[in-house]
Design a protein around this ligand. Structure first.
Ligand code: UD1
Ligand code: CA
Length: 508
């Protein structure tokens, strides 16, 4: 005989969420790293339910696709018409005929719910042998919510929707959070008796409590310690408020575990992110997705990291990174853009106004200024001159550039891929490198300089430039020389000339 299921989770997610005014179903709206539905499923995860059923309706295809991605273990069940929360649970249970024991029902739009709270609700319910237990909370503003109505002995009498409530009931501030534990057999029985005799003409799950109580079954209330956990999301103003609350909760958790957050109000960390001790997060920092920040790293101000790992002791300043790996003690920014598959090894540097993509930058190598590095491998301890472009795209395909170790490439170079620069090679400033450079060679690939002596004095006479030139000549030759009428002088072929790099070098 197959084992009966002992715990079943049912998430109600068929509603449209009209007040969101969105083409996206309400439960798919994101909130710091998960959808609303994702948060609810995460809160239920520690229950180790045998079955998880998600009731879908509005945007069912989108919700199903999302479930396949984040919770393939969950069974979506279609509620074609939203005839009420009771109707939704009835349909869900039809899909798990062998369910036994406890069924936990959670509204799909309570993303701040903590796993500990769901677990405590279930424990209280199972411990008391109750037929049904509702999670309740005392809230400052109960508007729009179902009220917990107690009898003279303080026991649950019924749950009344606001629109069906008397003025006295409306004054109650103890509300139904929309999270419940039921004994499945008694729930099935009560669901079969629901009426639609209410203001909305719907089957209310909440009516199960009154029905069970009237039948002499034990029903219970479990009070949430923190009412914030029970906050639902009905419009985008509430969504923003929930986001702020979750931000504060997440930030507090990281600060308590040894992370410095300099401005918690402008630091937004997805629940999926990890941050090690002694990391410092400066203001306006957003850490998203699978981002991980190592111990002692400094991130911010003004940084967005998406699916990016930052190694121990690295620094990322005023930059944006997606799918990148920043090695230990590497430095990024200010004003860098790391695109997917950018990999910076230990102590590598990507500096100011630099964009990288599919680029491996070896240990200690530097791309300090104003450059694009795409489809490239750079060895160790090499320096890429300012204003360099890795020309990776021929209009149809992308090509790879390889720079060896200990190379020094000049400022304003173009590496026209596919091309390779060997270990210890140099390239001259202003070069367009279209052919491989052997190890240790100096590549010069640019036009030669020609100075047309006296041109400004002849062709721009009377301008401030000509006057300045005249003064310079007089100064240089004690005032004796006049404008030369001589032939243009060509630059020497031996002169490579000019700094390789503007600013930083690999030896700094
Ligand atoms: C419900 C409760 C109310 C409680 C509140 C907490 C009922 C009758 N009322 O009210 O007591 O205070 O939650 O937030 O249950 N859903 C379906 N199918 C349906 C109807 C709803 O899947 O036919 C889903 C919705 O998508 C939503 C959840 O059930 O995730 C709650 O539905 P909603 O209409 O928001 O109920 P409330 O009126 O908020
Ligand atoms: Ca609601």
């Amino acid at each position: 005989m197959p084992q009966p299921h002992l715990r079943t989770v049912v998430v109600l997610a068929a509603g449209e969420g009209k007040r969101m005014k969105s083409s996206l179903p309400k439960v798919l709206h994101p909130l710091l790293g998960r959808t609303l539905l994702g948060h609810v499923l995460a809160a239920a995860a520690p229950l180790r339910a045998d079955r998880t059923v998600v009731v879908v309706g509005h945007g069912a295809d989108q919700v199903r696709a999302h479930l396949a991605e984040i919770a393939p273990f969950a069974t979506p069940v279609l509620q074609a018409q939203q005839l009420g929360t009771g109707h939704a649970v009835r349909i869900a249970l039809d899909a798990v005929p062998d369910a036994a024991g406890t069924v936990v029902v959670i509204n799909g739009d309570v993303p701040l719910l903590r796993p500990e709270t769901v677990a405590a609700l279930v424990e209280a319910h199972e411990g008391a042998g109750a037929a049904a237990t509702v999670l309740a909370a005392e809230v400052p503003d109960p508007t729009g919510l179902g009220r917990i109505v107690r009898d003279a002995d303080g026991r649950l009498a019924q749950i009344v929707e606001e629109r069906d409530a008397t003025p006295e009931q409306r004054a109650l501030r103890e509300i139904n959070a929309g999270i419940y534990a039921f004994d499945v057999a008694r729930l099935r029985d009560a669901l079969g008796k629901l009426s639609t005799d209410n203001d909305q003409g719907e089957e209310y799950l909440t009516d199960v409590f009154g029905l069970l109580r009237d039948a002499g079954e034990p029903v219970a209330v479990y009070c949430a310690a923190d009412h914030v956990e029970t906050l639902g999301c009905n419009d985008r103003v509430e969504l923003a408020a929930l986001r702020r609350l979750l931000r504060d909760r997440v930030n507090e958790g990281w600060m308590r575990s040894g992370v410095s957050i300099l401005d918690p109000h402008t630091t937004w960390i997805d629940v999926t992110v990890t941050v090690e001790r002694d990391a410092v997060l400066d203001q306006n920092t957003q850490l998203q997705g699978a981002t991980a920040v190592g111990a002692g790293a400094v991130v911010g101000p003004d940084v967005t990291l998406i699916d990016t790992t930052v190694g121990e002791g690295a620094t990322v300043l005023r930059s944006h990174a997606v799918g990148a790996e920043v090695g230990p003690q590497a430095t990024v920014g200010p004003y860098a853009y790391l695109r997917p598959e950018s990999r910076l090894a230990r102590k590598a540097k990507v500096g100011t106004f630099v964009e990288t993509k599919k680029a491996t930058i070896g240990e200690g190598s530097k791309v300090p200024h104003l450059s694009y590095v795409g489809d490239a491998t750079i060895g160790e301890h090499s320096n890429i001159g300012a204003a360099t472009v890795f020309v990776n795209y021929d209009g149809v395909r992308k090509h790879h550039t390889t720079i060896g170790s200990h190379a020094r490439t000049g400022a304003d170079n173009m590496f026209v891929a596919p091309v390779e620069v060997g270990d210890g090679a140099y390239t001259a400033a202003g070069s367009v490198i279209i052919a491989d450079v052997p190890p240790g060679a100096m590549a010069v690939a640019r036009g030669q300089q020609r100075n047309v002596e006296g041109w400004v004095l002849r062709k721009r006479a009377g301008t401030p430039a000509a006057e300045a030139a005249q003064r310079a000549r007089e100064g240089a030759s004690g005032g004796a020389a006049a404008a030369s009428e001589g032939e243009p002088i060509h630059g020497s072929a031996e002169t490579v000339g000019g700094p390789l790099n503007a600013g930083d070098t690999a030896t700094e």
